[in-house]
Design a protein around this ligand. Sequence first.
Ligand code: SF4
Length: 339
Amino acid sequence: MDEPEFLFELRVCRWAEQHWPPTGDRDPDSSVLVARQLGIRSRRYDTLVFECDTAALDARGVLGEDRLESDMLHVLTNAPSSYGYYRDVLPDPGYSWSHVRETIHDADARGLIDTRRDGNRIEIRRRYRYPDWVNRVIAIENKPDLSASAADALVDQIERDVALGLADEVWIATETTDEKVSPALFERLPVEAGILAVGDEVNVAWNATTLAPEERGTRILDRPDGGSYDQSAARFEYADPDWKREKRRRIAERAYERGWRSYVETMRPDCRAFELRSPDTPLPYCRAKERHVTAAECRHACESFAPEPPAWRSNGWPIDGGPGRGYTRLLARQRSRRR
Ligand code: SF4
């Protein structure tokens, strides 16, 4: 991801966190959780906005900050309220029971279920009910600069997203200096996709249509290029509602763990040139390069990396650490507050 797109994406994430939905009418009982660069198979969504039930989101917090994988969810959502032998009370998972046993031990160690032994048999009982904390999922594709070739690639992707209907809404965010969006984009994009015009403010240039994630979707596998000699047919398969529900939950769990500020985990806040220029909209800045930097540039392989001088860390070190640790803590605190 090049620099403008990376920084644009962080700005969109920050805006969505504060202002979603674009109408400004956030339900007082709902919260918004934002994540970036998450997806399924080969499809990664740039920005994902989760409209959540606030009480259910709080209940999810009781289960810890780490994501719950699908094998863990299988145990948590099926464990009964009173003890039972795990092979009797859990539905066949479709994978080995020995893996289920390992997951049970893991869940027990994390305090998520109760277990006891009856001879050789492990019995389980739930401690918490897994809450349905996501109401709606919004996918936003960020394209600050919509050149004709970028628009071509985008249209194909958005058509696939709309056909699959994994998200409730699909949007494109594009940078506009004069608040005008190219008419070509309106003509080529599926009408269901919304368009956000991002300038000093963010405005809706075209409203998104609500899709039907609870219904069967269409996965476009291959499509003819449309040339005059291309007689081939498009290939597709159906995605059933259970598959979609499971994928949405899985993505939501990963989003819960990571949020959108986790980019700092792969960067070098321990470099003396690293800075967050505005802690409110935390954009990573490199004093050596004298500009904002992407996660792809600011990493272990950066040739300009220079460690923080030990003196920076001596104030309270090792508990407080230097500025780098301070930035990491700041972002972690902001992320926790959003959960
Ligand atoms: S010099 Fe390299 S590692 Fe250090 S802040 Fe700049 S980009 Fe990151």
